[in-house]
Design a protein around this ligand. Structure first.
Ligand SMILES: *[C@@H]1O[C@H](CO)[C@@H](O)[C@H](O)[C@H]1NC(C)=O
Ligand SMILES: *[C@@H]1O[C@H](CO)[C@@H](O)[C@H](O)[C@H]1NC(C)=O
Ligand SMILES: *[C@@H]1O[C@H](CO)[C@@H](O)[C@H](O)[C@H]1NC(C)=O
Ligand SMILES: *[C@@H]1O[C@H](CO)[C@@H](O)[C@H](O)[C@H]1NC(C)=O
Ligand SMILES: *[C@@H]1O[C@H](CO)[C@@H](O)[C@H](O)[C@H]1NC(C)=O
Length: 296
């Protein structure tokens, strides 16, 4: 028996569950929606359009303007909300590893005097189909929404900056690679869990050695996946906020997703440490058996 080997087995079990949650968070409506990678807040996207059409008479919005109730035409915020609604653009689009979800903020889009930021919740309307190697492409998503609305408004009219697209395209490979690494991590953590069980019931260095090897590989895979996803989240939200804030687009970092992936990484790290200690100690214990028990 090797009671200490129960610890890595437990760590691997939890790490395996966490990695599954990482992969499948948000894979369907309202399942762990808060564990998004990035959320694009487009609730103010119509504001620049409304602003320009209020200040100049030549605008692409004149046909749309008629659809907005006249009693809110004077209020930029409300008019902008009505415009985005007419255009079929949702309040938010959240990117997950396998798909994206969209919906409305309730009870209101932005905090005001009576409703604080904490009281605002996401009401998910739907999610895209799941695809492996999914990549979040806001331009394509918004283009589709505008096409569907049937109104003669394009992303150019909304002043959608090309720099957002350029920045996000550069991150595409990072996203796809991290997805592949998460899949490899799930497989390796599973192997590590299975390999830990015989090590609990046997003596000797063979199984700890084997486990050490597997856990090092699993740690490399999930450590690299977590690092890439962290870079993706930090860089992606930076690009979107840098170029999008002017047109009322805001990105939110997936902080809970980061916590999840680094927790899984930490568990695999603990597993690796326990096995390296076990590998070393087994050797030492054997040597002690051959030492004389007492001196004088
Ligand atoms: C719209 O105009 C108002 C006042 O003119 C300004 O405060 C606001 O920042 C503008 N919004 C956008 C998105 O340009
Ligand atoms: C969405 O973005 C707008 C404009 O950037 C901001 O005022 C609002 O608070 C944001 N809403 C949420 C729920 O984060
Ligand atoms: C805040 O927003 C809510 C929902 O739109 C609205 O009912 C409330 O009157 C607003 N409060 C203020 C002070 O504007
Ligand atoms: C969420 O949206 C649906 C329809 O889009 C609505 O029926 C439901 O009441 C909303 N939920 C909340 C909590 O606002
Ligand atoms: C999503 O999947 C359904 C059936 O699986 C299919 O009918 C639909 O066209 C797909 N939608 C997209 C956008 O690919």
């Amino acid at each position: 028996m090797r009671p200490l080997a129960i610890l890595p087995a437990l760590c691997c079990t939890v790490a395996l569950i966490l990695s599954f949650l990482i992969l499948f968070a948000g894979h369907k409506q309202s399942f762990m929606e808060d564990y998004h990678i990035l959320t694009l807040n487009t609730s103010r996207l119509g504001e620049s359009l409304v602003n320009t059409s209020m200040s100049s008479s030549s605008n692409p919005l004149s046909s749309l303007w008629d659809l907005i109730p006249s009693n809110i035409q004077g209020d930029v915020q409300q008019a902008a909300g009505a415009v985005t609604e007419q255009l079929g653009i949702e309040d938010f689009y959240s990117a997950h590893l396998l798909d994206y979800c969209y919906g409305q903020y309730t009870p209101t889009e932005a905090p005001n005097a009576t409703i604080s930021g904490k009281d605002i919740h996401k009401n998910v309307t739907g999610c895209s189909n799941q695809t492996a190697m999914f990549w979040f492409d806001p331009k394509e998503i918004l283009d589709q929404a505008l096409d569907k609305s049937g109104l003669p408004i394009t992303l150019d009219d909304l002043k959608w900056p090309d720099d957002i697209q350029t920045g996000l395209n550069a991150l595409r490979l990072v996203s796809v690679t991290s997805f592949v690494l998460y899949c490899i991590s799930v497989a390796l953590i599973f192997v590590a869990l299975v390999a830990a069980i015989p090590a609990i019931f046997t003596e000797g260095r063979l199984f700890p050695c084997l486990n050490l090897l597997v856990s090092i590989l699993a740690f490399l895979a999930i450590g690299l996946a977590s690092s890439l996803v962290t870079a993706l989240i930090v860089k992606g939200s930076e690009v979107i906020n840098q170029y999008g804030n002017d047109i009322g687009v805001e990105a939110k970092k997936g902080e809970k997703f980061l916590a999840l992936t680094w927790a899984a990484t930490a568990l695999v790290f603990i597993t690796m440490i326990v096995w390296s200690v076990q590998t070393c100690c087994c050797g030492r214990r054997k040597q002690q058996k051959f030492e004389p028990a007492k001196h004088g």
